[in-house]
Design a protein around this ligand. Structure first.
Ligand SMILES: Cc1cc2nc3c(=O)[nH]c(=O)nc-3n(C[C@H](O)[C@H](O)[C@H](O)COP(=O)(O)OP(=O)(O)OC[C@H]3O[C@@H](n4cnc5c(N)ncnc54)[C@H](O)[C@@H]3O)c2cc1C
Length: 570
Protein backbone atom coordinates (compact mmCIF):
# COMPACT_ATOMS: atom_id res chain seq x y z
CA UNK A 1 0.00 0.00 0.00
CA UNK A 2 1.05 3.61 -0.47
CA UNK A 3 0.68 5.67 2.70
CA UNK A 4 0.71 9.45 2.78
CA UNK A 5 1.63 10.13 6.37
CA UNK A 6 3.16 8.64 9.49
CA UNK A 7 -0.19 8.40 11.29
CA UNK A 8 -1.41 5.92 8.64
CA UNK A 9 1.74 3.84 9.10
CA UNK A 10 1.55 3.90 12.91
CA UNK A 11 -2.04 2.69 12.84
CA UNK A 12 -0.89 -0.52 11.14
CA UNK A 13 1.64 -1.39 13.92
CA UNK A 14 3.93 -3.16 11.47
CA UNK A 15 7.46 -4.48 11.78
CA UNK A 16 9.84 -4.73 8.82
CA UNK A 17 12.54 -7.05 7.58
CA UNK A 18 13.92 -4.58 5.06
CA UNK A 19 13.64 -0.80 4.98
CA UNK A 20 14.45 0.70 1.60
CA UNK A 21 15.52 4.29 2.02
CA UNK A 22 13.87 5.99 -0.80
CA UNK A 23 11.43 5.25 -3.53
CA UNK A 24 13.60 6.39 -6.43
CA UNK A 25 14.74 4.68 -9.62
CA UNK A 26 16.77 1.94 -7.93
CA UNK A 27 14.93 1.82 -4.57
CA UNK A 28 11.58 0.76 -6.02
CA UNK A 29 13.21 -2.10 -7.93
CA UNK A 30 14.71 -3.51 -4.74
CA UNK A 31 11.43 -3.05 -2.85
CA UNK A 32 9.55 -4.90 -5.56
CA UNK A 33 12.00 -7.80 -5.79
CA UNK A 34 12.42 -8.28 -2.02
CA UNK A 35 8.65 -8.28 -1.49
CA UNK A 36 8.27 -11.10 -4.05
CA UNK A 37 8.90 -13.33 -1.04
CA UNK A 38 5.63 -13.03 0.94
CA UNK A 39 7.40 -13.66 4.24
CA UNK A 40 9.54 -10.54 3.82
CA UNK A 41 8.00 -7.35 5.12
CA UNK A 42 9.33 -4.37 3.19
CA UNK A 43 8.94 -0.64 3.85
CA UNK A 44 10.00 2.16 1.49
CA UNK A 45 10.49 5.67 2.91
CA UNK A 46 10.35 8.46 0.31
CA UNK A 47 10.73 12.19 0.98
CA UNK A 48 8.70 13.27 -2.06
CA UNK A 49 5.00 12.89 -2.76
CA UNK A 50 2.92 10.98 -5.28
CA UNK A 51 3.77 10.82 -8.97
CA UNK A 52 0.12 10.34 -9.93
CA UNK A 53 -1.85 12.94 -11.87
CA UNK A 54 1.18 15.19 -12.45
CA UNK A 55 0.88 15.91 -16.18
CA UNK A 56 4.45 17.21 -16.52
CA UNK A 57 5.62 13.79 -15.35
CA UNK A 58 3.14 11.72 -17.35
CA UNK A 59 3.27 13.41 -20.79
CA UNK A 60 6.62 12.58 -22.44
CA UNK A 61 6.67 15.78 -24.49
CA UNK A 62 6.48 17.82 -21.27
CA UNK A 63 9.53 16.16 -19.72
CA UNK A 64 11.63 19.32 -19.78
CA UNK A 65 9.01 20.97 -17.53
CA UNK A 66 9.49 18.56 -14.59
CA UNK A 67 12.45 20.58 -13.29
CA UNK A 68 13.98 22.85 -12.10
CA UNK A 69 12.04 24.80 -9.50
CA UNK A 70 9.07 22.44 -9.36
CA UNK A 71 7.43 20.61 -6.47
CA UNK A 72 8.80 17.30 -7.85
CA UNK A 73 12.47 18.29 -7.78
CA UNK A 74 15.10 18.73 -5.09
CA UNK A 75 15.98 22.17 -6.37
CA UNK A 76 19.71 22.02 -5.70
CA UNK A 77 22.44 24.21 -7.14
CA UNK A 78 26.18 23.53 -7.46
CA UNK A 79 29.17 25.39 -6.13
CA UNK A 80 30.61 27.95 -8.62
CA UNK A 81 32.13 25.83 -11.41
CA UNK A 82 35.68 27.03 -12.00
CA UNK A 83 35.95 25.86 -15.62
CA UNK A 84 32.55 27.37 -16.48
CA UNK A 85 33.42 30.98 -15.60
CA UNK A 86 32.42 30.34 -11.98
CA UNK A 87 28.80 29.87 -12.90
CA UNK A 88 26.52 28.24 -10.31
CA UNK A 89 24.50 25.51 -12.08
CA UNK A 90 21.04 24.20 -11.30
CA UNK A 91 21.20 20.54 -10.21
CA UNK A 92 17.74 18.94 -10.08
CA UNK A 93 16.96 15.44 -8.74
CA UNK A 94 13.58 13.75 -8.46
CA UNK A 95 11.69 14.57 -5.24
CA UNK A 96 8.69 12.36 -5.90
CA UNK A 97 7.85 8.65 -5.96
CA UNK A 98 9.99 7.19 -8.76
CA UNK A 99 12.77 9.65 -7.93
CA UNK A 100 14.67 10.91 -10.92
CA UNK A 101 13.03 8.31 -13.19
CA UNK A 102 9.87 10.39 -12.70
CA UNK A 103 11.47 13.65 -13.87
CA UNK A 104 14.17 12.60 -16.33
CA UNK A 105 14.09 12.82 -20.14
CA UNK A 106 13.50 9.06 -20.44
CA UNK A 107 16.36 8.21 -22.79
CA UNK A 108 17.26 4.54 -22.29
CA UNK A 109 20.96 4.01 -23.02
CA UNK A 110 23.22 1.39 -21.51
CA UNK A 111 26.73 2.54 -22.39
CA UNK A 112 29.42 0.32 -23.87
CA UNK A 113 30.58 -3.19 -23.07
CA UNK A 114 33.98 -1.71 -22.29
CA UNK A 115 32.47 0.63 -19.66
CA UNK A 116 31.31 -2.30 -17.55
CA UNK A 117 34.26 -4.56 -18.27
CA UNK A 118 36.47 -1.74 -16.92
CA UNK A 119 34.35 -1.54 -13.77
CA UNK A 120 34.58 -5.34 -13.28
CA UNK A 121 38.35 -5.15 -13.72
CA UNK A 122 38.78 -2.26 -11.25
CA UNK A 123 36.68 -4.17 -8.70
CA UNK A 124 38.27 -7.54 -9.39
CA UNK A 125 34.71 -8.89 -9.62
CA UNK A 126 33.44 -10.42 -12.85
CA UNK A 127 29.87 -9.98 -11.61
CA UNK A 128 29.91 -6.33 -12.75
CA UNK A 129 31.01 -7.01 -16.34
CA UNK A 130 28.75 -6.20 -19.31
CA UNK A 131 27.89 -9.85 -19.89
CA UNK A 132 27.17 -10.55 -16.22
CA UNK A 133 24.79 -7.57 -16.00
CA UNK A 134 22.90 -8.54 -19.17
CA UNK A 135 20.35 -10.81 -17.43
CA UNK A 136 19.57 -7.92 -15.07
CA UNK A 137 19.02 -5.52 -17.98
CA UNK A 138 16.61 -8.09 -19.41
CA UNK A 139 14.82 -8.49 -16.06
CA UNK A 140 14.24 -4.75 -16.08
CA UNK A 141 13.29 -4.26 -19.70
CA UNK A 142 9.97 -4.91 -21.43
CA UNK A 143 10.76 -3.82 -24.98
CA UNK A 144 7.65 -2.60 -26.75
CA UNK A 145 7.29 -3.87 -30.32
CA UNK A 146 4.55 -1.42 -31.11
CA UNK A 147 5.03 2.33 -31.51
CA UNK A 148 2.34 4.96 -31.02
CA UNK A 149 2.19 5.61 -34.77
CA UNK A 150 2.26 1.86 -35.55
CA UNK A 151 5.15 2.20 -37.98
CA UNK A 152 7.30 -0.74 -39.03
CA UNK A 153 10.30 -0.78 -36.66
CA UNK A 154 12.41 -3.26 -38.62
CA UNK A 155 15.85 -1.73 -39.04
CA UNK A 156 15.45 0.59 -36.05
CA UNK A 157 16.76 -1.79 -33.33
CA UNK A 158 18.14 -5.30 -32.88
CA UNK A 159 15.84 -7.61 -30.87
CA UNK A 160 18.67 -9.87 -29.75
CA UNK A 161 19.87 -7.21 -27.30
CA UNK A 162 16.52 -6.68 -25.61
CA UNK A 163 14.34 -8.13 -22.90
CA UNK A 164 10.64 -8.52 -23.62
CA UNK A 165 9.35 -9.83 -20.28
CA UNK A 166 10.72 -7.30 -17.79
CA UNK A 167 8.86 -4.70 -15.79
CA UNK A 168 9.89 -1.33 -17.23
CA UNK A 169 8.69 -0.54 -20.76
CA UNK A 170 11.20 0.68 -23.36
CA UNK A 171 9.92 2.00 -26.70
CA UNK A 172 11.13 3.39 -30.00
CA UNK A 173 9.96 6.86 -31.12
CA UNK A 174 6.25 7.04 -31.93
CA UNK A 175 6.13 10.28 -33.85
CA UNK A 176 8.74 11.04 -36.51
CA UNK A 177 10.29 14.50 -36.38
CA UNK A 178 10.64 16.52 -39.61
CA UNK A 179 14.46 16.34 -39.42
CA UNK A 180 14.78 12.55 -39.08
CA UNK A 181 15.19 11.89 -42.80
CA UNK A 182 17.79 14.62 -43.21
CA UNK A 183 19.72 13.22 -40.23
CA UNK A 184 19.64 9.73 -41.80
CA UNK A 185 20.79 11.18 -45.13
CA UNK A 186 23.66 13.06 -43.45
CA UNK A 187 24.89 9.74 -42.07
CA UNK A 188 25.36 8.42 -45.58
CA UNK A 189 27.47 11.44 -46.48
CA UNK A 190 30.29 11.00 -43.96
CA UNK A 191 32.15 8.04 -42.48
CA UNK A 192 32.48 9.97 -39.23
CA UNK A 193 28.79 9.49 -38.34
CA UNK A 194 27.70 5.99 -39.44
CA UNK A 195 24.26 4.55 -38.72
CA UNK A 196 24.15 2.22 -35.71
CA UNK A 197 21.30 -0.28 -35.69
CA UNK A 198 21.13 -0.61 -31.92
CA UNK A 199 23.02 1.70 -29.58
CA UNK A 200 22.26 -0.64 -26.68
CA UNK A 201 24.22 -3.61 -28.04
CA UNK A 202 27.35 -2.76 -26.06
CA UNK A 203 28.88 -1.25 -29.19
CA UNK A 204 27.13 2.11 -29.40
CA UNK A 205 29.32 4.09 -31.83
CA UNK A 206 27.27 5.78 -34.57
CA UNK A 207 23.92 7.55 -34.88
CA UNK A 208 20.67 5.63 -34.47
CA UNK A 209 17.14 5.57 -33.11
CA UNK A 210 16.78 6.49 -29.47
CA UNK A 211 14.99 4.15 -27.06
CA UNK A 212 12.99 5.63 -24.21
CA UNK A 213 11.23 4.51 -21.03
CA UNK A 214 7.79 5.28 -22.41
CA UNK A 215 4.77 2.95 -22.28
CA UNK A 216 1.96 3.53 -24.76
CA UNK A 217 2.65 7.26 -25.01
CA UNK A 218 3.14 7.90 -21.25
CA UNK A 219 6.24 7.91 -19.04
CA UNK A 220 7.28 4.58 -17.55
CA UNK A 221 9.10 5.31 -14.26
CA UNK A 222 10.13 3.01 -11.43
CA UNK A 223 6.93 4.17 -9.70
CA UNK A 224 4.55 3.32 -12.57
CA UNK A 225 6.32 0.02 -13.34
CA UNK A 226 7.86 -1.56 -10.21
CA UNK A 227 5.14 -0.10 -7.96
CA UNK A 228 2.27 -0.77 -10.38
CA UNK A 229 -1.01 -1.72 -8.61
CA UNK A 230 -0.36 -5.49 -8.83
CA UNK A 231 2.90 -5.03 -6.88
CA UNK A 232 2.09 -2.27 -4.43
CA UNK A 233 -1.03 -4.14 -3.31
CA UNK A 234 1.13 -6.93 -1.85
CA UNK A 235 0.30 -7.15 1.87
CA UNK A 236 4.03 -7.24 2.71
CA UNK A 237 4.97 -4.02 0.82
CA UNK A 238 4.37 -0.54 2.22
CA UNK A 239 5.54 2.78 0.83
CA UNK A 240 5.47 5.87 3.05
CA UNK A 241 5.53 9.18 1.18
CA UNK A 242 6.57 12.55 2.62
CA UNK A 243 9.11 10.82 4.91
CA UNK A 244 12.40 12.70 4.95
CA UNK A 245 15.17 10.42 6.18
CA UNK A 246 17.81 12.17 8.26
CA UNK A 247 20.18 9.39 9.35
CA UNK A 248 20.85 5.68 9.39
CA UNK A 249 21.40 4.55 12.97
CA UNK A 250 23.78 2.15 14.68
CA UNK A 251 21.81 -0.56 16.45
CA UNK A 252 24.81 -2.55 17.78
CA UNK A 253 28.58 -2.23 17.41
CA UNK A 254 29.18 -1.85 13.64
CA UNK A 255 25.55 -2.80 12.89
CA UNK A 256 23.33 -0.27 11.08
CA UNK A 257 19.73 -1.42 10.99
CA UNK A 258 18.05 1.73 12.31
CA UNK A 259 16.66 4.75 10.55
CA UNK A 260 15.73 8.24 11.72
CA UNK A 261 13.26 10.34 9.74
CA UNK A 262 10.76 13.16 9.97
CA UNK A 263 7.23 12.93 8.64
CA UNK A 264 7.15 16.66 8.09
CA UNK A 265 9.93 19.16 8.38
CA UNK A 266 8.60 20.72 11.62
CA UNK A 267 7.40 17.44 13.10
CA UNK A 268 8.98 15.05 15.59
CA UNK A 269 11.91 12.79 14.78
CA UNK A 270 10.85 9.16 14.30
CA UNK A 271 12.78 5.90 14.45
CA UNK A 272 12.34 2.49 12.86
CA UNK A 273 14.44 -0.67 12.85
CA UNK A 274 14.76 -3.33 10.15
CA UNK A 275 15.14 -6.96 11.21
CA UNK A 276 17.35 -7.89 8.27
CA UNK A 277 18.75 -4.79 6.64
CA UNK A 278 18.64 -1.21 5.45
CA UNK A 279 18.98 -0.49 1.73
CA UNK A 280 20.14 3.06 1.13
CA UNK A 281 19.10 4.22 -2.35
CA UNK A 282 18.91 8.00 -2.06
CA UNK A 283 20.94 8.66 -5.22
CA UNK A 284 24.43 10.04 -5.81
CA UNK A 285 23.75 13.36 -4.06
CA UNK A 286 21.70 12.33 -1.01
CA UNK A 287 23.30 8.95 -0.25
CA UNK A 288 26.71 10.39 0.68
CA UNK A 289 24.98 13.31 2.41
CA UNK A 290 23.03 10.87 4.58
CA UNK A 291 26.10 8.72 5.33
CA UNK A 292 28.04 11.79 6.47
CA UNK A 293 25.24 12.95 8.77
CA UNK A 294 25.12 9.41 10.16
CA UNK A 295 28.79 9.59 11.21
CA UNK A 296 30.06 7.49 8.29
CA UNK A 297 32.78 9.35 6.40
CA UNK A 298 36.04 11.13 7.05
CA UNK A 299 36.14 11.04 10.87
CA UNK A 300 38.23 14.17 11.36
CA UNK A 301 36.04 16.28 9.03
CA UNK A 302 32.90 15.00 10.75
CA UNK A 303 34.30 15.75 14.21
CA UNK A 304 35.16 19.30 13.15
CA UNK A 305 31.50 19.77 12.16
CA UNK A 306 30.23 18.46 15.49
CA UNK A 307 29.01 15.12 14.09
CA UNK A 308 29.98 12.06 16.14
CA UNK A 309 32.19 9.92 13.87
CA UNK A 310 31.10 6.28 13.98
CA UNK A 311 32.97 4.76 11.05
CA UNK A 312 35.96 6.23 9.25
CA UNK A 313 35.48 6.02 5.45
CA UNK A 314 37.20 9.03 3.87
CA UNK A 315 35.96 8.15 0.35
CA UNK A 316 32.32 8.98 1.19
CA UNK A 317 31.28 11.86 -1.10
CA UNK A 318 34.47 11.74 -3.17
CA UNK A 319 34.83 10.58 -6.80
CA UNK A 320 31.54 12.20 -7.88
CA UNK A 321 31.38 12.10 -11.68
CA UNK A 322 28.94 13.64 -14.14
CA UNK A 323 28.64 14.26 -17.85
CA UNK A 324 28.61 17.80 -19.28
CA UNK A 325 26.20 19.09 -21.90
CA UNK A 326 26.74 22.14 -24.12
CA UNK A 327 23.73 23.86 -25.69
CA UNK A 328 24.16 24.28 -29.45
CA UNK A 329 21.38 25.39 -31.78
CA UNK A 330 21.20 26.15 -35.47
CA UNK A 331 18.86 28.62 -37.14
CA UNK A 332 16.91 26.74 -39.83
CA UNK A 333 14.93 27.40 -42.96
CA UNK A 334 11.58 25.91 -41.83
CA UNK A 335 8.66 26.77 -39.60
CA UNK A 336 7.96 23.13 -38.70
CA UNK A 337 9.93 23.18 -35.42
CA UNK A 338 8.98 23.17 -31.69
CA UNK A 339 9.09 26.96 -31.53
CA UNK A 340 5.97 27.21 -33.67
CA UNK A 341 3.86 25.30 -31.12
CA UNK A 342 5.56 27.00 -28.18
CA UNK A 343 4.60 30.41 -29.55
CA UNK A 344 1.07 29.39 -30.55
CA UNK A 345 -1.24 28.49 -27.65
CA UNK A 346 -3.97 27.09 -29.91
CA UNK A 347 -1.54 24.67 -31.53
CA UNK A 348 -0.10 23.64 -28.13
CA UNK A 349 -3.64 22.92 -26.85
CA UNK A 350 -4.41 20.88 -29.97
CA UNK A 351 -1.28 18.79 -29.44
CA UNK A 352 -2.31 18.10 -25.85
CA UNK A 353 -5.88 17.27 -26.89
CA UNK A 354 -4.51 14.77 -29.42
CA UNK A 355 -2.27 13.16 -26.81
CA UNK A 356 -5.14 13.07 -24.31
CA UNK A 357 -7.61 11.50 -26.71
CA UNK A 358 -5.47 9.00 -28.61
CA UNK A 359 -1.91 9.00 -27.18
CA UNK A 360 -0.58 10.04 -30.59
CA UNK A 361 1.13 13.14 -31.94
CA UNK A 362 4.29 15.03 -30.99
CA UNK A 363 3.79 14.73 -27.21
CA UNK A 364 4.19 10.91 -27.15
CA UNK A 365 7.99 11.18 -27.31
CA UNK A 366 10.96 12.87 -25.76
CA UNK A 367 11.41 15.74 -28.21
CA UNK A 368 13.92 13.99 -30.51
CA UNK A 369 14.26 10.65 -32.35
CA UNK A 370 17.94 10.13 -33.16
CA UNK A 371 21.02 10.14 -30.94
CA UNK A 372 24.69 9.70 -31.71
CA UNK A 373 27.70 8.29 -29.87
CA UNK A 374 30.99 9.55 -31.27
CA UNK A 375 34.72 9.38 -30.64
CA UNK A 376 36.78 12.57 -30.72
CA UNK A 377 40.22 12.87 -32.32
CA UNK A 378 42.50 13.29 -29.31
CA UNK A 379 45.38 14.34 -31.62
CA UNK A 380 47.76 12.46 -29.32
CA UNK A 381 47.45 15.23 -26.73
CA UNK A 382 45.74 13.31 -23.91
CA UNK A 383 45.45 9.68 -22.77
CA UNK A 384 42.18 8.16 -23.96
CA UNK A 385 39.59 9.02 -21.27
CA UNK A 386 37.11 6.41 -22.56
CA UNK A 387 36.95 2.82 -21.33
CA UNK A 388 38.20 1.51 -24.71
CA UNK A 389 38.24 2.06 -28.47
CA UNK A 390 34.55 1.10 -28.87
CA UNK A 391 33.39 3.64 -26.31
CA UNK A 392 32.27 7.17 -27.23
CA UNK A 393 33.74 10.43 -26.00
CA UNK A 394 30.62 12.42 -26.74
CA UNK A 395 26.92 12.03 -27.38
CA UNK A 396 24.88 13.89 -30.00
CA UNK A 397 21.40 14.89 -28.86
CA UNK A 398 19.46 15.93 -31.95
CA UNK A 399 16.23 17.92 -31.54
CA UNK A 400 13.81 19.68 -33.85
CA UNK A 401 14.01 23.01 -32.04
CA UNK A 402 15.72 25.20 -29.47
CA UNK A 403 16.34 23.55 -26.07
CA UNK A 404 15.21 26.02 -23.40
CA UNK A 405 13.10 29.13 -23.87
CA UNK A 406 13.40 29.99 -27.58
CA UNK A 407 14.37 33.45 -28.88
CA UNK A 408 11.38 35.65 -29.85
CA UNK A 409 11.77 34.96 -33.56
CA UNK A 410 13.35 32.36 -35.80
CA UNK A 411 13.16 28.57 -36.07
CA UNK A 412 15.86 26.22 -34.86
CA UNK A 413 17.24 22.71 -34.53
CA UNK A 414 19.66 21.55 -31.83
CA UNK A 415 22.62 19.21 -31.93
CA UNK A 416 23.92 19.18 -28.37
CA UNK A 417 27.21 17.54 -27.50
CA UNK A 418 27.40 15.75 -24.14
CA UNK A 419 30.84 14.81 -22.88
CA UNK A 420 30.36 11.19 -21.80
CA UNK A 421 33.95 10.21 -20.94
CA UNK A 422 34.92 12.89 -18.41
CA UNK A 423 38.17 12.76 -16.43
CA UNK A 424 37.24 15.41 -13.84
CA UNK A 425 36.00 14.25 -10.44
CA UNK A 426 33.90 16.28 -8.02
CA UNK A 427 32.45 15.78 -4.56
CA UNK A 428 29.51 15.92 -2.17
CA UNK A 429 30.45 17.47 1.16
CA UNK A 430 28.59 19.06 4.06
CA UNK A 431 29.21 22.21 6.09
CA UNK A 432 26.63 21.76 8.81
CA UNK A 433 25.55 19.14 11.35
CA UNK A 434 21.89 19.76 10.38
CA UNK A 435 20.80 16.73 8.30
CA UNK A 436 18.07 18.83 6.67
CA UNK A 437 20.61 21.35 5.31
CA UNK A 438 21.40 20.88 1.59
CA UNK A 439 24.73 19.20 0.76
CA UNK A 440 27.49 21.04 -1.07
CA UNK A 441 27.50 19.75 -4.65
CA UNK A 442 30.61 20.20 -6.75
CA UNK A 443 30.42 18.14 -9.97
CA UNK A 444 33.59 19.91 -11.18
CA UNK A 445 32.23 20.22 -14.72
CA UNK A 446 34.97 20.25 -17.40
CA UNK A 447 37.45 20.41 -14.54
CA UNK A 448 40.43 19.11 -16.55
CA UNK A 449 42.20 20.36 -19.69
CA UNK A 450 41.39 17.02 -21.32
CA UNK A 451 37.65 17.49 -20.77
CA UNK A 452 37.66 21.00 -22.28
CA UNK A 453 39.68 19.70 -25.25
CA UNK A 454 37.28 16.81 -25.91
CA UNK A 455 34.30 19.15 -25.68
CA UNK A 456 35.97 21.46 -28.22
CA UNK A 457 36.56 18.48 -30.52
CA UNK A 458 32.89 17.56 -30.07
CA UNK A 459 31.77 21.04 -31.13
CA UNK A 460 34.03 20.80 -34.19
CA UNK A 461 32.57 17.38 -35.00
CA UNK A 462 29.03 18.76 -34.79
CA UNK A 463 29.93 21.70 -37.02
CA UNK A 464 31.28 19.18 -39.58
CA UNK A 465 28.06 17.17 -39.28
CA UNK A 466 25.94 20.30 -39.76
CA UNK A 467 28.00 21.19 -42.86
CA UNK A 468 27.10 17.97 -44.71
CA UNK A 469 25.10 18.39 -47.95
CA UNK A 470 21.92 16.97 -46.32
CA UNK A 471 21.60 20.21 -44.36
CA UNK A 472 22.67 22.69 -47.10
CA UNK A 473 19.18 24.08 -47.83
CA UNK A 474 18.05 23.72 -44.19
CA UNK A 475 20.63 24.99 -41.69
CA UNK A 476 21.20 28.74 -41.98
CA UNK A 477 23.83 29.21 -39.26
CA UNK A 478 24.87 28.04 -35.79
CA UNK A 479 23.80 30.26 -32.88
CA UNK A 480 26.58 31.74 -30.72
CA UNK A 481 29.48 30.38 -32.81
CA UNK A 482 30.08 30.09 -36.53
CA UNK A 483 31.33 27.40 -38.89
CA UNK A 484 34.91 28.73 -38.74
CA UNK A 485 35.21 29.86 -35.11
CA UNK A 486 38.77 29.70 -33.73
CA UNK A 487 39.70 27.32 -30.88
CA UNK A 488 39.68 30.25 -28.45
CA UNK A 489 36.21 31.26 -29.56
CA UNK A 490 34.96 27.68 -29.19
CA UNK A 491 36.47 27.41 -25.70
CA UNK A 492 34.87 30.71 -24.67
CA UNK A 493 31.54 29.42 -25.98
CA UNK A 494 31.93 26.09 -24.13
CA UNK A 495 32.56 27.84 -20.81
CA UNK A 496 29.34 29.83 -21.16
CA UNK A 497 27.07 27.26 -22.87
CA UNK A 498 27.87 24.13 -20.81
CA UNK A 499 25.69 22.75 -18.03
CA UNK A 500 25.57 19.54 -15.99
CA UNK A 501 23.92 16.50 -17.59
CA UNK A 502 22.66 15.26 -14.15
CA UNK A 503 24.10 11.77 -14.73
CA UNK A 504 25.71 11.84 -11.30
CA UNK A 505 27.51 8.69 -10.15
CA UNK A 506 30.40 7.50 -8.02
CA UNK A 507 30.06 9.32 -4.67
CA UNK A 508 29.84 6.15 -2.54
CA UNK A 509 31.82 3.91 -4.81
CA UNK A 510 32.54 0.21 -4.66
CA UNK A 511 36.19 -0.85 -4.53
CA UNK A 512 37.89 -4.24 -4.30
CA UNK A 513 37.44 -6.09 -1.03
CA UNK A 514 40.22 -5.00 1.33
CA UNK A 515 41.08 -1.85 -0.66
CA UNK A 516 42.17 1.22 1.27
CA UNK A 517 39.79 3.40 -0.78
CA UNK A 518 36.11 3.18 -1.63
CA UNK A 519 32.95 2.91 0.42
CA UNK A 520 31.44 -0.45 -0.54
CA UNK A 521 32.58 -3.97 -1.21
CA UNK A 522 31.51 -5.34 -4.60
CA UNK A 523 28.44 -6.91 -2.92
CA UNK A 524 27.24 -3.34 -2.14
CA UNK A 525 27.77 -3.70 1.63
CA UNK A 526 29.31 -0.68 3.35
CA UNK A 527 32.90 -1.64 4.14
CA UNK A 528 33.35 -2.79 7.72
CA UNK A 529 29.65 -2.54 8.65
CA UNK A 530 26.76 -4.98 8.96
CA UNK A 531 23.15 -4.39 7.89
CA UNK A 532 23.65 -1.53 5.43
CA UNK A 533 23.85 -1.77 1.65
CA UNK A 534 23.81 0.99 -0.92
CA UNK A 535 21.87 0.50 -4.15
CA UNK A 536 21.93 3.48 -6.49
CA UNK A 537 24.27 5.12 -8.98
CA UNK A 538 26.62 6.37 -6.27
CA UNK A 539 28.12 2.85 -6.18
CA UNK A 540 29.90 3.02 -9.55
CA UNK A 541 33.67 3.64 -9.53
CA UNK A 542 33.49 4.87 -13.18
CA UNK A 543 30.73 6.62 -15.07
CA UNK A 544 29.26 4.72 -18.05
CA UNK A 545 29.44 6.57 -21.38
CA UNK A 546 25.66 6.99 -21.61
CA UNK A 547 22.65 8.36 -19.79
CA UNK A 548 22.42 6.61 -16.45
CA UNK A 549 18.91 5.32 -15.69
CA UNK A 550 19.32 2.00 -17.52
CA UNK A 551 22.35 1.33 -15.31
CA UNK A 552 20.48 2.32 -12.12
CA UNK A 553 17.85 -0.29 -12.99
CA UNK A 554 20.46 -2.98 -13.75
CA UNK A 555 22.37 -2.29 -10.51
CA UNK A 556 19.14 -2.55 -8.53
CA UNK A 557 18.06 -5.83 -10.16
CA UNK A 558 21.47 -7.29 -9.37
CA UNK A 559 21.39 -5.92 -5.82
CA UNK A 560 18.06 -7.61 -5.16
CA UNK A 561 19.59 -10.96 -6.11
CA UNK A 562 22.67 -10.31 -3.93
CA UNK A 563 20.42 -9.56 -0.96
CA UNK A 564 18.15 -12.55 -1.57
CA UNK A 565 21.18 -14.79 -1.92
CA UNK A 566 22.65 -13.62 1.37
CA UNK A 567 19.35 -14.55 3.08
CA UNK A 568 19.43 -17.98 1.53
CA UNK A 569 16.88 -17.81 -1.27
CA UNK A 570 16.91 -16.82 -4.91
C1 LIG B 1 16.46 16.54 -15.51
C2 LIG B 1 17.09 15.18 -15.65
C3 LIG B 1 17.03 14.51 -16.86
C4 LIG B 1 17.60 13.25 -16.99
N1 LIG B 1 17.44 12.57 -18.17
C5 LIG B 1 17.89 11.30 -18.26
C6 LIG B 1 17.61 10.51 -19.42
O1 LIG B 1 16.98 10.97 -20.38
N2 LIG B 1 18.05 9.23 -19.44
C7 LIG B 1 18.74 8.68 -18.39
O2 LIG B 1 19.14 7.52 -18.49
N3 LIG B 1 19.04 9.40 -17.31
C8 LIG B 1 18.59 10.68 -17.19
N4 LIG B 1 18.81 11.38 -16.05
C9 LIG B 1 19.55 10.71 -14.95
C10 LIG B 1 18.82 9.52 -14.31
O3 LIG B 1 17.43 9.71 -14.31
C11 LIG B 1 19.35 9.29 -12.90
O4 LIG B 1 20.74 9.08 -12.98
C12 LIG B 1 18.74 8.08 -12.20
O5 LIG B 1 17.34 8.08 -12.32
C13 LIG B 1 19.13 8.10 -10.72
O6 LIG B 1 18.64 6.96 -10.07
P1 LIG B 1 18.95 6.71 -8.52
O7 LIG B 1 18.16 5.52 -8.11
O8 LIG B 1 20.43 6.68 -8.31
O9 LIG B 1 18.43 8.01 -7.75
P2 LIG B 1 16.96 8.70 -7.74
O10 LIG B 1 16.09 8.16 -8.79
O11 LIG B 1 17.22 10.15 -7.72
O12 LIG B 1 16.36 8.23 -6.35
C14 LIG B 1 16.65 8.80 -5.13
C15 LIG B 1 15.37 8.91 -4.31
O13 LIG B 1 15.70 9.19 -2.96
C16 LIG B 1 14.83 10.17 -2.46
N5 LIG B 1 15.53 10.82 -1.36
C17 LIG B 1 16.72 11.45 -1.42
N6 LIG B 1 17.06 11.90 -0.21
C18 LIG B 1 16.08 11.51 0.64
C19 LIG B 1 15.88 11.66 2.03
N7 LIG B 1 16.76 12.30 2.81
N8 LIG B 1 14.78 11.13 2.59
C20 LIG B 1 13.88 10.45 1.83
N9 LIG B 1 14.00 10.31 0.49
C21 LIG B 1 15.10 10.83 -0.08
C22 LIG B 1 14.54 11.05 -3.65
O14 LIG B 1 13.39 11.85 -3.45
C23 LIG B 1 14.43 10.03 -4.76
O15 LIG B 1 13.12 9.54 -4.87
C24 LIG B 1 18.29 12.66 -15.89
C25 LIG B 1 18.38 13.35 -14.69
C26 LIG B 1 17.77 14.59 -14.55
C27 LIG B 1 17.85 15.30 -13.22
Amino acid sequence: AILNNVAELNKLRLTFDFIVLEGGTAGNVVANRLSENPTHKVLVLEAGGSNEDVMEIIVPGYCTRTSPNTAQSWNYTTTPQTALNDRVLIYPRGFVLGGTSSINYMNYARGSKEDFDRIAKVLGDEGWSWDSLMPYRFKNERFNLQTQDNHNITGEFDPKYHGFNGINTVSLPGFPTPIDNRTLKAMTESTEFPFVLDMNSGFPLGVGYGQTTIKNGSRSSSATSYLAPQFVSRPNLHVLLNAHVTRVLETGPGVFRGVEFVGNLNGPTLHLTAEKGIILAAGSVETPNMLLHSGIGNSSTLKALGIKPLHNLPSVGQNLTDHTLAFLSFMVNSDNTWETAERNTTMALEEFAQWNATRTGPLVDFPGSLFGWVRADLEGKFPDPAAGPNTPHYQLIIGNGFFGPPPATGNFMSILPALVAPTARGSITINSSDPLAPPIINPNQLGTASDVFVMRQALKGILRFASLPAWSDYIISPVGINFNSTDDELDAYIREASVAAYHTVGSASMSPRGASWGVLDPDLRVKGLTGLRIVDLSVLPHIPSADTQATAYAIAEKAADLIKESWGYL
